[in-house]
Design a protein around this ligand. Structure first.
Ligand SMILES: Cc1cc2nc3c(=O)[nH]c(=O)nc-3n(C[C@H](O)[C@H](O)[C@H](O)COP(=O)(O)O)c2cc1C
Length: 193
């Protein structure tokens, strides 16, 4: 049975969604199912593309990859609010021992990507997940002039290139992260199986 990897993200202007899509490609490359889910910000309409996350998605996933735009060096409030509705799942340990990873998009290179990636990791650690980063065996980590870090996948919207989308290196690193989480989920399932 193929693993189900939940890719849960918030994106107001589409950059974080592009990373989510590249991560989904990586998950599928590893033979797993990519389940894309989102949350709505206050007063915003539902996504016309991806379903709104339900807490039950946490129970049914075999791994989770969480993404947010950088908001003052932190994850967006809409995602934080979602995690604050998950105490029942936390008490039941539905995410314990499942692999996880994080991703972000920001408008500036040193505007808080790493703190945002770490902020995204915190609730996943509280839920008992096994955090996966991007290892330096990925050549893109040495080549990038934008996003991509050992803490997770990312994109920098350089001011002179707004709207041009994620770069080839950022995409490669996001794909690699999706593949890695899916591969580790399968390995963990086969060991516990
Ligand atoms: C309220 C707010 C706070 C932001 N804070 C930061 C920040 O701390 N650092 C930064 O580089 N960009 C910041 N940005 C810019 C977004 O992180 C950036 O535009 C991101 O790529 C948007 O992702 P999206 O297209 O998925 O919505 C902020 C944007 C908003 C609206």
């Amino acid at each position: 049975m193929s693993s189900r990897i939940l890719i849960l993200y918030y994106s107001r202007n589409g950059a974080t969604q592009q990373l989510a899509d590249a991560i989904a490609q990586g998950v599928e490359k590893a033979g797993a199912e990519a389940v894309l889910r989102t949350v709505e910000g206050p007063g915003e309409p539902k996504s016309s593309r991806d379903l709104t996350v339900d807490v039950d998605d946490l129970r049914t996933c075999d791994g989770l990859i969480l993404g947010s735009p950088t908001r003052f060096g932190h994850m967006a409030a809409a995602l934080q609010q979602f995690w604050e509705r998950t105490s029942t799942e936390w008490l039941r340990g539905v995410l314990v021992d499942k692999p996880a990873a994080v991703f972000t998009s920001s408008s500036s290179m040193h505007g808080g990507q790493e703190s945002t990636l770490l902020s995204l990791a915190v609730p996943l650690l509280h839920h008992g997940m096994i955090l996966c980063g991007i290892p330096y065996t990925e050549p893109g980590l040495q080549q990038t002039s934008g996003g991509g870090s050992p803490y997770g996948a990312s994109h920098v919207e350089h001011a002179d290139k707004v709207g041009s989308g994620i770069s080839a290196v950022e995409r490669d690193l996001a794909v690699a992260l999706g593949t890695r989480v899916a591969r580790i989920a399968r390995q963990l399932q086969s060991r516990s199986g």
